[in-house]
Design a protein around this ligand. Structure first.
Ligand code: NAD
Ligand code: DAU
Length: 350
């Protein structure tokens, strides 16, 4: 039977890479991208596939059960890959309820609709929930997050993602739904919304604006190129064992300040500026409230059991990323001006 895969959040940063990968790699599948198009959703990310015969877009909020039911019926959804979420930690600090509504309530709503729609044959369908390493809390100098590490979320964002992970596992245990969860480290790459550290710095360096580094810039993150995460999602979806959790990471830890310096150095080279020019833009600012010190993923399980590993070295990925932003000025202009939000009307309302 051909799969009809519902990918939620497909207009966002990671989702658009997953949608493109699936539409191109699996012409026999029907790919339905369901997205509410919040500030983070950008259909311009999907120009490459928007006319593909196996691609459909549905503008729906995962909080709307009736609309979800219609989508399941209309497209005879066989499987779900759930990425839709509020994703930015700083926004979760100023508006935690928005994160509860989408990440917790929205996820449970989607689980309910999938469970009801698949009720006679739950064994034949997979609900894949895409989550984050932040659910494990904050590490100090040593150690790594394993799939067995106890949950200890520290921000409203990570608490909402942890709650959604728990609900997915509760539905597997209680209703015998086939589910799988993956928890990934920080992604970077093309189409990243410029509120996040790396694209924000690339944009500000280009425009000669300050580079805000929280606290002393000592916090550590493990970075993975977004296309490698999309490949990992493909691997888990097709080869992962139902009921399991897979950690995904880049084995690539960096202090924030070192990343910002690397971006300054590379951008000076690419823009033909004197070495050291962009570093002058670095500005240490007030720390993020409750700022997690260090995340580090042990991705041995997915490597050994499913044969996935990152394909790119960090410096290579950063070069590709900077080059993408420099050659996609239109994308950046539309995002910074807000014009990207009209693209849905242009495509579907004319
Ligand atoms: P993003 O913010 O770029 O995209 C989120 C997408 O979800 C947007 O297109 C938005 O319009 C959509 N959305 C938000 N609320 C919705 C709702 N109520 N109904 C329907 N659609 C809605 O996020 P991202 O960085 O691409 O992250 C995708 C997923 O991966 C999230 O679940 C996130 O927690 C997880 N994740 C992200 C990272 C990372 O580094 N970015 C790392 C690990 C896990
Ligand atoms: O670890 C996975 C998580 O990575 C995902 O689950 C989240 O959705 C994603 O947003 C990301 O969270 P972070 O908070 O780590 O990403 P962000 O780019 O916001 O910040 C990266 C680090 O840089 C963090 O330590 C905070 C710091 N920072 C961030 C911004 C936006 C700054 O120093 N200055 C900034 O302006």
């Amino acid at each position: 039977m051909s799969k009809h895969v519902l990918i939620t959040g497909g207009a966002g940063f990671i989702g658009c890479h997953v949608v493109r990968l699936f539409v191109n790699k699996y012409p026999d599948y029907q790919i339905v991208n369901l997205d509410a198009l919040t500030y983070a959703g950008n259909l311009e990310n999907l120009k490459e596939v928007e006319n593909s015969p196996n691609y459909t877009f549905e503008k729906v909020d995962i909080q709307d059960a009736e609309a979800l039911e219609e989508v399941f019926k209309k497209h005879q959804i066989t499987d779900v890959i759930h990425l839709a979420a509020e994703s930015h930690v700083d926004r979760s600090i100023s508006d935690p309820l928005a994160f509860v509504k989408t990440n917790v309530f929205g996820t449970v709503n989607l689980l309910n609709v999938a469970k009801e729609y698949w009720k006679d044959e739950l064994n034949n369908h997979l609900f894949y929930h895409v989550s984050t390493d932040e659910v494990y809390g904050s590490l100090h100098d040593g150690g790594f997050f394993l799939e067995t590490t106890a949950y200890d979320p520290q921000s409203p964002y990570s608490a909402s993602k942890a709650a959604s992970d728990h609900f997915v596992r509760a539905y597997a245990n209680t209703y015998r739904m086939q589910t799988v969860v993956s928890n990934c480290s920080n992604n970077y790459g093309p189409n990243h919304f410029p509120e996040k550290l790396i694209p924000l710095c690339i944009n500000n360096i280009k425009n000669g604006k300050p580079l805000p580094v929280y606290g002393k810039g000592e916090n550590v993150r493990d970075w993975l190129f977004v296309k490698d995460h999309a490949r990992a999602i493909d691997t888990v979806f097709h080869k992962g064992k139902a009921g399991e959790t897979y950690n995904i990471g880049g084995f690539n830890e960096w202090k924030n300040i070192d990343i910002v310096r690397l971006l300054c150095k590379k951008m000076d080279e690419k823009l033909g500026r004197e070495p050291g020019t962009s570093e002058k833009l670095i500005t240490f600012v007030k720390d993020r409230a409750g700022h997690d010190l260090r995340y580090a993923i042990d991705a041995t399980k997915i490597q050994q059991e499913l044969g996935w590993e990152p394909s790119l070295q960090f410096e290579e990925g950063i070069e590709l990323t900077i080059d993408w932003y420099l050659s996609n000025q239109d994308w950046l202009d539309h995002v910074t001006s807000g014009a990207y939000q009209d693209y849905y009307k242009e495509l579907y309302e004319n």
